[in-house]
Design a protein around this ligand. Structure first.
Ligand code: ZN
Length: 339
């Protein structure tokens, strides 16, 4: 893909996708904002982060290109009434990390740009099992990792990168209890040497402060960040409802926007969408990489997004995503991507 990507980007070929796959707007996915990127980290976990500088530049780029940077509520309204305004962009953050408050919020405030944070209840309560950071911490510490049915040589950076993907799949792409039993076995055998050295959850006080700012929309991201499709119906419903009710009680306001944990076809299907829409949410976002079209007004429960990924400080992948080129490639030329 990388040679093909270079050719498509350098020749500007990707822009040909724009008229068909560019859509009327984009929802951007972010997780964390940091001062500097640490290239010694595992890419698949580090790519959840962008620098302050890169985020600010992205906002300025959208402004220069005369996008409307709008809230989720305004996007919902526009899609519902079929408003034909300027092209829009919506910024969203998943999970609820402290840097969303300390580093991202000042940037959005300075530029008077709205954004959404989807909060996971257990993260805010400081008892979320963040396997994505735990396995990264383990891989950076150990030269070999063996648990239950997996044995991996993790002696080089390349092997650690490959091992991350194998461990990720072993945890979330298997039946729920089986995957989490593996994760627990791994954690019991390999205590990380610097656990959670680079991140913190947002505090309840910070969340409450954000919720009072009209620029900020607080959405829900379940109670425990489990892959919903791997749970029984009753458990999955409880995950969705508990996350919503927790935030409504804490913030004393209705919470009507949702993002699915993980959000790919492995974790989100029709059943999960029905659970979310019948629990009182009006929009739900996935991690399918695609643009927004007027037809999404009939699919508010499965809105695709575009991740902002900072690789060598360039926006090649991001620009190819915004044009719809990546969507056409990933979804076999499907225009309106839902589930
Ligand atoms: Zn998440």
């Amino acid at each position: 893909m990388s040679l093909l990507k270079s050719i498509v980007y350098n020749t500007g070929l990707y822009k040909l996708a724009q008229p068909i796959f560019g859509g009327i707007g984009h929802i951007i996915t972010l997780h964390r904002v940091v001062e500097t990127l640490d290239d010694d980290r595992i890419f698949w976990s580090r790519n959840l982060e962008v620098t302050v500088e890169f985020l600010e530049q992205t906002i300025l780029d959208f402004k220069r290109e005369e996008y409307d940077i709008i809230s989720l509520e305004e996007m919902y309204r526009r899609l519902k009434v079929g408003a034909n305004d300027k092209k829009f962009v919506v910024f969203t953050f998943d999970d609820g990390y402290e840097d969303n408050f300390t580093l991202a919020y000042p940037i959005f405030k300075r530029h008077k740009v709205p954004f959404t944070i989807y909060i996971t209840k257990a993260l805010i309560e400081k008892n979320l099992k963040c396997w994505w950071y735990d396995i990264e911490d383990i891989l950076l510490c150990y030269k070999k990792v063996q648990a239950i049915d997996i044995s991996l040589d993790t002696s080089t950076k390349e092997l650690k990168e490959a091992a991350y993907l194998k461990l990720r799949a072993r945890i979330i792409h298997t039946p729920f209890e089986n995957g989490y039993a593996f994760y627990r076995a791994l954690m019991a055998k390999y205590p990380p040497c610097k656990p959670h050295a680079h991140w913190k959850p947002m505090s309840i006080e910070q969340l409450k402060l954000l919720a009072t700012d009209s620029l900020v929309t607080i959405g829900a991201h379940t109670a425990n960040h489990y892959p919903l499709s791997k749970l029984q119906l009753a458990e999955a419903t409880l995950e969705v409802v508990e996350g919503k009710e927790y935030l409504e009680t804490l913030l004393n306001k209705p919470i009507v926007h949702f993002s699915y944990p993980y959000g790919s076809a492995n974790e989100v299907g029709l059943r999960e969408m029905e659970i979310v829409l019948s629990s009182g949410f009006v929009t739900a976002t996935t991690t399918r990489i695609a643009n927004i079209f007027p037809e999404h007004k009939d699919f508010f429960g499965a809105l695709p997004r575009i991740p902002l990924i900072e690789t060598r400080r360039e926006k090649r992948l991001f620009k190819m995503s915004l044009s719809g080129f990546l969507q056409a490639y990933l979804y076999k030329r499907k225009r309106v991507v839902t589930l």
